[in-house]
Design a protein around this ligand. Sequence first.
Ligand code: SAM
Length: 222
Amino acid sequence: MVNLEEAPAHGREESVELVATLLDHFCGDSVLGIETGVMRNTGENYRIGDGWSTLFWAWYFKQRSEDFISVDTNLKNIIGAREFLKEKGVVDNIQFICSDSVRYLNKTINTFNLAYLDSLGPDEEGIDFDTASLHQLNEVKEIIPKMREAAFIILDDVPENFDTGKCKYSVKCLTDSGWQIVLHHKGTTQMVFTNIIDLLGRVSKLHDRGEFLDKYWEIINK
Ligand SMILES: C[S@@+](CC[C@H](N)C(=O)[O-])C[C@H]1O[C@@H](n2cnc3c(N)ncnc32)[C@H](O)[C@@H]1O
């Protein structure tokens, strides 16, 4: 089990670290993760605003000695992230791919236990909500067949009313495809999906759930 108390500070502790714990418990010894949308700025306000997923997952996968892939169209952002991760000593287990995410997902033969989808957003110049929503829908359509039997998909920026905003098509596509929502965390605006049948029942049967899973159990049972 990865000791999350040693994780570097990032911006999405409550949801992302719960998923990391669930990966440890339910996804076996050999896992592969992917994110679309690399961390784009090392400024502290971006840690809180964007989440610095790349730093957290690069650290987590290094602890497990397993691989993580980060896909982004912007080479400058990739170079900046790589430098930052090098400084933090967590660059060894991450592979950067400079590509449009939908194109990469369509072509890759990899399969994944974790997908963190946080690429094109309406905060980018010239991009409106509909363009960003359709891009995320296309990511979801490509990634569903590439997810392994025990897997998690995380969407960032899911507002309280998730029929609106960037995730308005992708949430529906996932639930229509049988993926279950296991967490919608209002604070981090993240929504977590799984294809693990009866995850909640399986969590409840664990003898030693640990602090994070207890927190999860409380959130879900509210
Ligand atoms: C919000 S930032 C990602 C933040 C990061 N996940 C974090 O937690 O700090 C969005 C990133 O998506 C990238 N992006 C934009 N369009 C893309 C596309 N079509 N494919 C892949 N990445 C894209 C941008 O270059 C930017 O680096």
